[in-house]
Ligand binder design. Structure first.
Ligand code: 13P
Ligand code: SF4
Length: 322
């Protein structure tokens, strides 16, 4: 459950130049703006740091700013709060949740864990603080394989909540993981058939994909990785065209860093919907970001006990990724 004060409901008064106003507030609050690649281009452009979930956690752990403005989804801002219990963490829209985190309800997961008491629990960072508190190690899409490889071979492992990332880790490590059957609505929307058709239209393009996608889609990818890894791969590749199979928000950053290359978003199953865009990430806007800083809310607030229990597995992840 999200516990925080709601933003004011009356029609907000906005300054003419939001970029300038946000820069001013950043100085006044001694704030840092951390943003994920799936955010609106305007938010990406004003952020102090843009990154994948691991990079964002590392930045949150290292920042000396007094206020963290987190332009991403709830579990990301929550992770920043767990790492900084005494700092204020603002999320522009408190309803920016995550279908993957929602696919792992704490009560059901507690029963699953209790049924397998000899298993170590490795949880993908895309989960609630309650699930983190029940986990032994957190991982992200950029370190999941490396983390599982560091666990002794005879140790049984539960991997939650993303079955697609779990299957990818099984394939990469040869380990027998017990998977929680959760998934992301955005990454499961990509159509293998349409991807193959698109590849025929762009025969020179390389397919690059996020491991939250389903196996039949991943089987067509020349490279699979976290958002940051996809960006780096495209930078290092000598190809000029890429079909990008993840939320298309990242294309803004790709195009900015590689204006001479072409990035084609992978199509969703339905031809007309924008369902390859994360509806949760897209709830944040530049206006809401300004208002959150102006009013210093909505703020992430967590029960101390949950936050303390959730910190341990996050710290383990940071140590194992150093
Ligand atoms: P990464 O940016 O860590 O690859 O994660 C993608 C994602 O699903 C964020 O919700
Ligand atoms: Fe969650 Fe999927 Fe959106 Fe990422 S893209 S925040 S996993 S719903």
């Amino acid at each position: 459950m999200f516990t925080a004060t709601l933003p004011p409901q009356s029609a907000p008064k906005l300054p003419k130049d939001l970029f300038e106003a946000i820069q001013g507030l950043k100085q006044d609050l001694n704030a840092v703006i951390l943003a994920h690649y799936y955010q609106d281009p305007d938010i990406q452009d004003i952020a102090d740091y843009i990154g994948d979930s691991l990079g964002l956690s590392q930045q949150a752990a290292a920042t000396e700013a007094e206020v963290i403005v987190f332009a991403g989804v709830h579990f990301m801002a929550e992770t920043a709060k767990i790492l900084n219990p005494h700092k204020q963490v603002l999320l522009p829209d408190l309803n920016a949740g995550c279908s993957l985190a929602d696919s792992c309800p704490p009560e059901a997961f507690a029963r699953f864990k209790a049924a397998h008491p000899d298993h170590l629990v490795v949880s993908y960072i895309n989960c609630t603080a309650e699930i983190k508190a029940m986990s032994d190690i957190i991982c992200t899409s950029s370190n999941a394989v490396r983390i599982v490889q560091q666990i002794p071979e005879d140790q049984p492992i539960i991997f939650a909540p993303d079955r697609n990332l779990g299957r990818y880790v099984i394939e990469q490590t040869g380990r027998d993981l017990l998977l929680w059957e959760g998934s992301c609505i955005v990454h499961e929307t990509f159509s293998e058939k349409k991807l193959v058709q698109l590849q025929m239209d762009y025969p020179e393009a390389e397919i690059i994909a996020h491991p939250e996608c389903e196996t039949p889609v991943l089987n067509h990818a020349a490279y699979i990785g976290s958002t940051t890894a996809l960006l780096k791969y495209a930078e290092q590749s000598d190809r000029a065209q890429f079909i990008v199979v993840t939320e298309p928000g990242i294309i803004h950053q790709m195009q900015k860093r590689m204006p001479h290359k072409q990035f084609i978003p992978a199509p969703p199953t339905s031809g007309t919907c924008a369902c390859n865009e994360c509806p949760h990430m897209r709830l944040n806007t530049l206006e809401k970001l300004y208002l959150a800083m102006e009013h210093r809310q909505p703020e992430i607030i967590l029960p101390a006990e949950t936050a303390t229990a959730a910190l341990k597995p996050i710290q383990r992840m940071l140590e194992m990724s150093a």
